[in-house]
Design a protein around this ligand. Structure first.
Ligand SMILES: *Cc1c(COP(=O)(O)O)cnc(C)c1O
Length: 352
């Protein structure tokens, strides 16, 4: 089976090997306060910074999921008000979760075909501006340039970016925002169960000023522990180890981004030129996601393609939520191999 599901997704082929090493080396039983763990944690953070181009001054924290990051941001970094810009299900869910903890948050939904106009997005009162860089549910993305402009126009707000389905696959400009997060079952090509939260020094200072200490995962506690390369609770040590091994082996992000973008262009051409029955769901080229493609068809065709694909050993992503019957999704994540993409293209060519 080859999975094109946009999370949990295809893992890197070497993961079983790393798993075996972890077992042989006793990683699955090491204590999370031990020197052995500290060495793994420290090295993983260093590799993430090096390979993904994260500024040295930023802090990296290990959490359990992107959803947990939503909650940590809400409890530790927002005193009263944030604003959530979203055009799809994940961005909206982030807003809804935040609202449960901070009732004064604002939302600014926008059309999925629309590019954000930074000049119109000035928020004088919002402590944090929340953006979903890659909206996995509908296959749209916000560009680095857009995030940079939003930050420039809102010097007093922190910018928080959900990059769950792009971090590890695209060259993100980390310096253009204060808070970034992802989980590893998407572009990092790993099994689920580990989240990454990345904060600028300004974001950490803000957490210190707010000084919320009500939760086991309050950012100030996590920051205190991470000064010693540790976590507030027993973390997913195996997940961190696997991440370390993957980050050791992958190319620098600029190269990965080039590959992903090249593959994305091929998919664009494929759907624009070769198919009558299938088309890219997002028509505006400027906002199309490069890592998650949403494909639109009639419900009958969507059903047929998904079930025939399954019989051929190919797992396609279901359409998300209310897009389930009218779309399916194709992950364009780095762990997917070129020959697998060729197999899927052949398959789609034959069955439509
Ligand atoms: C998958 C996803 C999430 C949720 O990730 P979890 O690891 O399940 O918490 C959040 N945001 C986006 C954009 C996603 O794609």
């Amino acid at each position: 089976m080859v999975s094109f599901y946009p999370g949990p997704s295809r893992i890197y082929s070497k993961v079983p090997l790393y798993l075996k090493d972890a077992y042989a080396q006793g990683i699955m039983s090491i204590n999370h306060r031990s020197d052995d763990f500290v060495a793994i944690s420290k090295k993983t953070v260093a590799l993430l910074k090096e390979k993904l181009n994260i500024p040295k001054s930023y802090s990296v924290y290990f959490l359990s999921s992107a959803t947990e990051c939503w909650e940590v941001i809400a409890q530790s970094l927002i005193e009263k008000e944030s604003v959530h810009l979203f055009n799809g299900a994940f961005g909206e869910r982030w807003f809804q979760y935040t609202k449960k903890l901070k009732p004064h948050v604002k939302s600014l939904p926008f059309n999925r075909e629309e590019k954000l106009i930074a000049e119109k997005l000035i928020f004088s009162r919002s402590e944090i501006i929340c953006l979903t860089q890659n909206e996995t549910s509908n296959g749209t993305q916000v560009s680095n340039a857009n995030i940079q402009s939003i930050k420039k126009n809102n010097p007093n707000s922190l910018i928080a970016v959900d990059a769950t389905s792009s971090m590890g696959g695209l060259a993100l400009d980390f310096s253009s925002a204060d808070i970034w997060f992802a989980s590893v079952q998407k572009c990092f090509g790993l099994p689920a169960g580990l989240g990454l939260l990345i904060c600028s020094p300004t974001a950490v200072d803000r957490a210190r000023t707010i000084n919320n200490k009500h939760y086991y995962n309050s950012l100030v506690f996590m920051d205190d522990m991470m000064k010693h390369w540790q976590t507030t609770y027993t973390p997913n040590v195996l997940g961190i180890y696997l991440l370390m091994r993957v980050m050791e082996s992958v190319n620098a992000i600029d190269r990965i981004d080039k590959t992903i973008t090249g593959r994305f262009k091929k998919w664009e051409t494929f759907f624009d030129k070769k198919s009558d029955q299938l088309s890219l769901f997002i028509k505006n080229k400027d906002v199309r996601s490069r890592t998650v493609l949403a494909i639109e068809a009639t419900p009958a065709v969507v059903e047929k393609v998904k079930s025939k694909a399954k019989k051929a050993g190919i797992i396609l992503g279901e359409g998300y939520d209310n897009l389930k019957s009218s779309t399916f999704r194709i992950a364009n994540f780095p762990a997917i191999q070129r020959k697998e993409i060729a197999i899927l293209m052949d398959f789609l060519y034959d069955y439509i």
